[in-house]
Design a protein around this ligand. Structure first.
Ligand SMILES: Nc1ncnc2c1ncn2[C@@H]1O[C@H](COP(=O)(O)OP(=O)(O)O)[C@@H](O)[C@H]1O
Ligand SMILES: [Mg+2]
Length: 438
C-alpha cells in the first residue's frame, strides 16, 4: 500500500460561535511522516476528526484522490474513510474483548473475509507491532504502551493509505515513547502510507517526522520540512521546543500582551533552540523508507524558498547521509550518540506525559466520535488511563530488536521520482511573516 497526498486548503472549523482554527492550508506529501504540534486545546484532535470527515468544516477543502471530502456525497465519503487508519488516544479498545477480537473488529465489520483470512491478517499486524503471542489478553491486563500498539495494529488491519495518530506518546514514559517512535518509523518503511502524528512531545517532533506543522492561536503557524521548524527562531517555536514557561504561550493559551512581552524579553536571554537531533532511521532488517528519496527531491525543489538556517540544516543532513556508506563516518557516530540519549530516557520531555491527561475530555467522549471512521469503529475507551500504572520495567513490553541501531548510516539515493506537491503557505510564519533571515 502506498500513501496518498492529502491536500488541505483554507480549512476553518468552529463550534457554534467559537472558532477553533481558520484558514489551515497544508499538503501531506504521499508516504511521508508529518507531525502537527501545538499547545493543548488548540484543536489538533479536531483537525484529525475533520480530516476523516467526523466533523464538518465551514470552509475549505480536503482533497484526496481528486475528491474533496468536504463537498462529496455521503457514500463517497464512506468509501474515502476506508483509506484512513486512526490510532486514538490510549488505543480506544473494547475493554471486554481480548486483543485478538479488538484487532479483528474492523475486518469483521467492514469486510467479508473468512475467519481464516482474518486470523492471518491479525497475526501479521500483531507481529508488526510486537504483540505476537498476546492475542488472549484483555486491554485492562496490559500496559499503556501495549494498548497503544494494539490500537495501532487495529488501525493497520484494513491496510490504510493514510494513518493518523492522536498523541501516540501520551501517558508513556520517555523510554516507551522512544520505542513507539521507532515502531512508527519502521511501520512507515513497511507500508509507505502517509502518516500524520499529533503530539506535543518535543522529542517525537525532533526525531520522527519529515515535516512539521504547528497550530497556534487558531492558525496553522507553520508547516514544512522538519528543518524549517526545528531551526526557526520564532519565539513561540523556541518556547515550545524548549518546554519553557517564559514566552508567548500561556497556561490558558492566550497570555495578556504585557506579560508575554515581559517574558519574551526575559526569554531572549535564555538559550535559543535545543540542538537539532537527527531523524530516526529504520531498524536493521527493515526496508528503506521510500518516502526519504521522494522527499529529498521534493525538498531540493523548494530549497530556495526556505529560510537560510533550514537550508543549512538540510545540507548538513545530506552531507551526513551521503557520507554514511563508509563505517566510522561522523554520521555513524551521531547515530550512536543519539541512541545513547534516547535509551537513557533523558530526552527532554518535561511536560509530555503529565499534560496529556489534562487534554479536554472531548477525546473518547465527544458525540461526534460515535460515528466510526471506516474500520476504526470507535469503541468506548477500555478503561481509564492510569498513568500511575505505567511500569518502570520495560522488558516485558519491548520487542527484542526495536530501537537497536546498526551504527552504519543509510545512504539516501536522490534519483527516486517524487511528488512535487507542496503546500501553498508552506512556510508562512506567525502573522503572515514569510521566511526568516537568520
Ligand atoms: N464536539 C465538540 N463540540 C464542541 N467543542 C469541541 C468539540 N470537540 C472539541 N471542542 C473544543 O475544541 C477545542 C480544541 O479541542 P481539541 O481538538 O481536543 O484540542 P487539542 O487536541 O489540540 O488538545 C477545545 O476548546 C474543545 O473544547
Ligand atoms: Mg487532542
Amino acid at each position: 500500500m502506498t500513501g496518498v497526498e492529502v491536500k488541505v486548503e483554507g480549512l476553518s472549523k468552529s463550534f457554534g460561535r467559537a472558532n477553533i482554527w481558520s484558514d489551515v492550508t497544508l499538503t501531506l506529501p504521499p508516504g511521508e511522516v508529518s507531525v502537527l504540534l501545538g499547545p493543548s486545546g488548540t484543536g489538533k484532535s479536531v483537525f484529525l476528526k475533520t480530516l476523516i470527515g467526523l466533523l464538518k468544516p465551514e470552509q475549505g477543502s480536503i482533497v484526496i484522490h481528486d475528491t474533496d471530502l468536504v463537498k462529496c456525497s455521503e457514500s463517497r465519503l464512506y468509501d474515502l474513510r476506508k483509506l484512513f487508519g486512526v490510532l486514538f488516544q490510549d488505543g480506544a479498545l473494547f475493554g471486554s474483548m481480548n486483543l485478538y477480537d479488538n484487532i479483528a473488529f474492523p475486518l469483521r465489520e467492514h469486510t467479508k473475509k473468512s475467519e481464516t483470512q482474518i486470523r492471518d491478517i491479525v497475526a501479521e499486524k500483531m507481529d508488526m507491532v510486537g504483540l505476537a503471542g498476546d492475542e488472549g489478553k484483555l486491554p485492562g491486563e496490559i500496559s499503556g504502551g501495549m494498548r497503544k500498539r494494539a490500537g495501532l495494529a487495529r488501525a493497520l488491519v484494513l491496510d490504510p493509505e493514510i494513518i493518523l495518530f492522536d498523541e501516540p506518546d501520551s501517558g508513556l514514559d520517555p523510554v516507551r515513547t522512544a520505542y513507539l517512535n521507532q515502531l512508527i518509523i519502521d511501520l512507515n518503511a513497511q507500508t509507505d502510507s502517509t502518516f500524520l502524528i499529533v503530539t506535543h512531545d518535543i522529542n517525537t517532533a525532533q526525531t520522527v517526522p519529515d515535516n512539521i506543522g504547528m497550530l497556534y492561536r487558531k492558525h496553522l503557524a507553520m508547516f514544512g520540512p522538519r528543518e524549517v521548524l526545528l531551526t526557526s527562531d520564532d519565539p513561540v517555536v523556541a518556547q515550545f521546543l524548549n518546554g519553557r514557561r517564559q514566552g508567548p504561550i500561556g497556561m490558558s493559551e492566550e497570555k495578556d500582551t504585557a506579560q508575554a512581552e515581559r517574558e519574551m524579553a526575559e526569554a531572549g536571554e535564555l538559550d535559543g533552540l535545543p540542538e537539532m537531533k537527527d531523524q530516526l532511521e529504520t531498524s536493521p532488517g527493515m526496508p528503506d523508507r521510500a518516502a526519504v528519496h521522494r522527499r529529498r527531491e521534493r525538498v531540493e525543489g523548494m530549497m530556495h524558498e526556505l529560510p537560510q538556517a533550514a537550508q543549512d540544516a538540510i545540507r548538513r543532513s545530506y552531507a551526513n547521509s551521503d557520507g554514511g556508506d563508509a563505517g566510522g563516518s561522523p554520521w555513524a557516530e551521531n547515530r550512536e550518540r543519539e541512541q545513547v540519549t534516547v535509551v537513557a530516557g533523558s530526552a527532554p520531555a518535561p511536560e509530555a506525559s503529565e499534560q496529556t491527561d489534562v487534554v479536554p475530555a472531548t477525546d473518547g467522549s465527544a458525540p461526534t466520535e460515535a460515528v466510526p471512521a471506516s474500520g476504526q469503529a470507535e469503541p468506548a475507551a477500555a478503561d481509564d488511563e492510569r498513568p500511575t500504572d505505567v511500569h518502570p520495567r520495560i522488558t516485558e513490553e519491548v520487542a527484542p530488536d526495536r530501537g537497536q541501531e546498526s551504527g552504519g548510516g543509510k545512504a539516501e539515493g536522490g534519483a527516486a521520482e517524487g511528488g512535487a506537491a507542496e503546500g501553498r503557505h508552506s512556510f508562512r510564519l506567525f502573522g503572515g511573516r514569510k521566511g526568516q533571515d537568520s
